[in-house]
Design a protein around this ligand. Sequence first.
Ligand code: SAH
Ligand code: SF4
Ligand code: F3S
Length: 452
Amino acid sequence: MRGKIQEKSHCYKVFIKTYGCQMNVYDSQRIVDSLLEEGYSPVQRIGEADLVLLNTCHIREKASEKFYSDLGRLRILRESKNSFILGVTGCTAQAEGEEILHRAPVVDFVIGPQTYHRLPRILKELKKGGKVVDIDYAIENKFDYLPLPNKERVNSRGVSAFLTVQEGCDKFCTFCVVPYTRGTEVSRSVEEIIREAEKLISFGVREITLLGQNVNAWHGKGANGCDWSLGKLLFRLAELRGLKRLRYTTSHPCNMDDLLIAAHRDLPMLMPYLHLPIQAGSDRILKLMNRRHSVRDYLLLIERIRRARSDLAFSGDFIVGFPGETDLDFKETLKLVEDVFYASAYSFKYSSRVGTPGSSMIDQVDEDKKDERLQCLQMRLNEQKRQFLESKRGLLTDVLIEKVGRHKGQMIGRSPWLAPVVVETEAAIGTVINVLIQKASTNSFFGAEEIL
Ligand code: SAH
Ligand code: SF4
Ligand code: F3S
């Protein structure tokens, strides 16, 4: 295998599978881009690859199980086709490190989310034989070592792009592995972010979604040394010519400051859709989760944001069956859902994660109970989503055209509230058009272009 890599020059193929959140999607893009200079081009089929990367997620047990079952399949593939290097990156890599090599000797190297810029060097090391594990919290800033986005790669991903501005988390919610897998909160500098945004825009990107595990905890310094928060950064990014839309995710309710709310009021290009997870609707459970705010704080915050921008829709995350959650606590979650009215939301059964305080709490909730609560919550959230989409029928709205649709003349665009819109138009990809929403299905809209 190694011989094959050494013989060929500048024609290697890399296949990457991404698990987990948008930050992992962004990391996978950066990893692939960093390998272009090493002569690797990305492929969609694993069978063609010289290098296979699994960019893992550790958030719930299911995510890790999926990764290990994929490793089992890869072991069989490698036995029949002994010709690829196999690497594990991402959050499970960070959490389990060397343990992965013990459980799955088929793996050649393991690198964490803070050290993937060292991948080219690691690939060279591997040629000498042996295995590599690199899960340091690197002192150097990986972004200083990664190449800026490449035109062809950016174009292949469409007109909407992710841009990580903040990484890690200092909040330590008692259920969550992120502070351990991604380390402490780090913000990228204003200059670095602007440079990357300008590059993306110059390649045709029209919508940028700023990413962070706690994106609204982002902070930086302006040119004159004054402190900037995410709101200020959004105002600055809104000045970039050619950019049409801005979004950011995921926010913590404790970090929604006045300027960020003002950005929603004053920047039409900041889309009126906000992912603002609360996790549970009972103050007792929020306290046990170490969420650092009450249900009342959250509802007041929602009210303030809605006052700033009345058409803003909310999405959220919920965990059911956190240790100690009673039927009464769960009822309070259902009540909160009614009070907020979510356009969309993700809900999960609590998954006990080794090393988090939640895993050693007494009163773990039965799986059956979790199933029952999840089903009940999801039914309500699905109904709200349906009502939300339906409420947009008859509305004239702006749509960013993203790709060609399935039928002739049809294009698929993005509504301000993320749901896709199918529309007949001759408008080019990357343009924003006015569309009258005529119909809503489970996840998307159908509309007609309005030429004003
Ligand atoms: N930083 C974000 C969330 C990151 S994790 C925030 O603070 O909201 C994404 C979601 O996964 C969380 O919002 C939570 O709903 C869910 N999650 C995290 N740990 C979990 C666990 N142990 N079990 C079940 N769901 C979990
Ligand atoms: Fe996890 Fe809480 Fe940090 Fe979000 S804020 S990443 S849920 S610890
Ligand atoms: Fe998963 Fe890591 Fe994201 S644990 S959710 S990939 S930050």
